[in-house]
Design a protein. Structure first.
Length: 78
């Protein structure tokens, strides 16, 4: 499941505020509420991937690289 991160930064440069929300839909709803309160505030919803999914993708890419290296090595030996 993709989570969403809502980043709010005020134009005055006071700081940035972030919060994790359970889904992108929830983030977009919260963004609209914030914009209704003050149109000068900048808001941004960023999808956040589950860490286990991210690690799995990283290792899948790594294993693909290993497989390619083995394939190239076998081709060169012939």
């Amino acid at each position: 499941m993709i989570k969403a991160l809502l980043i709010v930064s005020a134009m005055a440069g006071i700081g940035q505020y972030t919060t994790e929300l359970p889904s992108m839909d929830e983030c977009l709803k919260a963004r609209q509420v914030i914009l209704q309160q003050d149109a000068n505030i900048k808001t941004l919803c960023i999808p956040k991937m589950d860490e286990s999914v991210q690690m799995r993708r990283f290792f899948d890419i790594f294993m693909d690289m290993i497989d390619q290296i083995k394939t190239y090595d076998e081709v060169e030996k012939k």
